[in-house]
Design a protein around this ligand. Structure first.
Ligand code: FA5
Length: 339
């Protein structure tokens, strides 16, 4: 029995000094001092020994038990202080490090483009007006000289809310809101969102932005329209940009034109963005139709006016060489962070 005791004592010492962390130490404690631990078993044997051995053996086992418990406690304290020191070392604050800048939001590229274009046009004497995204048939179509059931309504596939309300397909209805309120001369731009129920492609989306322009006064000509468009597009896109006016049709302008910009992406040689044509359709424009003046009570004998509606995404694609309009609304940070 004393040999057992010696052996257990030696093993216990090795186990305690070998325990590398508080968990391993706890395992050692259970192994020797737990309910079925080796030292506990020795204690249980005391009662089974003959009386002459019981006293000395009992005393030695008790000493071992007390010493073992003390050893465990002091080893535990040592291990914990090492752990705390390691934790503290890991948590050291280096006050000389530069501060970490929290990620800052920024304006979406379309908002940036709109802001810049609005600033240029304001500098050219235009005031800014806004209209609602949710429109009525009257403002989006009828007052703009689209007669009911006229095939021209099919030019713009519409998201109808009910028989009367719709998501505006263009910013032209804001022209009507403004002209109902203000007498000529009127020189306004009207930026905003537009919605069309058409298939999404490289160049077209169901939601996009336009900036509408309207200038009504005595003696306004198509030449004024051209000069204004050339001036502001060259200011925003760069001097080497070329514009192409093609005769077109809009119910609310006569004559009407569609205006293309030379493709800055392929320099006119043809690519995916410009459908291999070297040109990208940017805007519709024309001289305000007398029927529109009639619907807002302007004197068509006295006043003439021009109007345009320009696609902001298309214009931005040209400026930055963005190949696909869908990129604007996919919320991919790798794209958005470039601007
Ligand atoms: C119109 O929306 C007319 N309201 C423009 C206008 C205003 C004409 C004033 C005369 C006087 P259009 O449907 O062509 O016209 O659209 C004008 C521009 O909006 C297009 O040239 C294009 O740049 C942009 N656009 C039109 N549809 C989409 C679309 N689905 N996705 C992206 N851009 C579009």
């Amino acid at each position: 029995m004393p040999d057992d005791l010696k052996l257990i004592e030696t093993e216990f010492h090795q186990a305690v000094t070998g325990a590398a962390d508080p968990r391993a130490l706890e395992e050692v404690r259970v192994k020797y001092l737990g309910r079925k631990g080796a030292i506990t078993e020795l204690l249980k044997q005391i009662g089974t020994l003959p009386p002459e051995e019981r006293r000395t053996f009992g005393a030695r086992v008790n000493e071992l038990k007390i010493a073992a418990a003390e050893m465990i406690e002091s080893r535990k304290a040592a291990l914990e202080s090492v752990e705390t020191a390691a934790k503290m070392a890991a948590e050291v604050v280096d006050v000389t490090l530069p501060g970490r800048r929290p990620p800052a939001g920024r304006k979406h590229i379309v908002t940036q483009a709109l802001d810049e274009i609005v600033e240029i046009l304001k500098g050219m004497g235009f005031a800014v007006e806004y209209g609602p995204d949710l429109e009525t048939d009257y403002y989006n179509f009828e007052a703009l000289n689209f007669p009911p059931n006229h095939p021209a309504r099919d030019m713009q596939d519409t998201f109808w809310i009910d028989d009367v309300h719709l998501l505006r397909t263009h910013t032209s209805p804001v022209q009507i809101h403004v002209m109902e309120r203000v007498q000529p001369p009127v020189r306004v731009i009207m930026p905003g969102r537009c919605f069309r129920n058409e298939s999404v492609s490289v160049r077209s989306h169901v939601m996009f932005h336009q900036i509408e322009g309207l200038y009504v006064d005595e003696g306004v000509t198509f030449g004024d329209l051209k000069a204004t468009l050339y001036t502001f597009l060259k200011m925003w896109l760069g001097m080497d940009v070329d514009l192409r006016f093609r005769p077109s049709f809009f119910p609310f302008t006569e004559p009407s034109a569609e205006v293309d910009v030379s493709c800055m992406f392929c320099k006119g040689s043809g690519c995916r963005v410009c459908k291999q044509s070297g040109w990208l359709e940017l805007l519709g424009a024309g001289m305000v139709d007398p029927n529109v003046f009639a619907s807002v009570g302007y004197d068509a004998e006295k006043y003439t006016g021009y109007a345009w509606g320009l696609g902001i995404e298309r214009l931005t694609m040209m400026k930055y060489g963005i190949e696909d309009i869908r990129l604007f609304w996919q919320n991919d940070m790798r794209f958005l962070e470039q601007f």
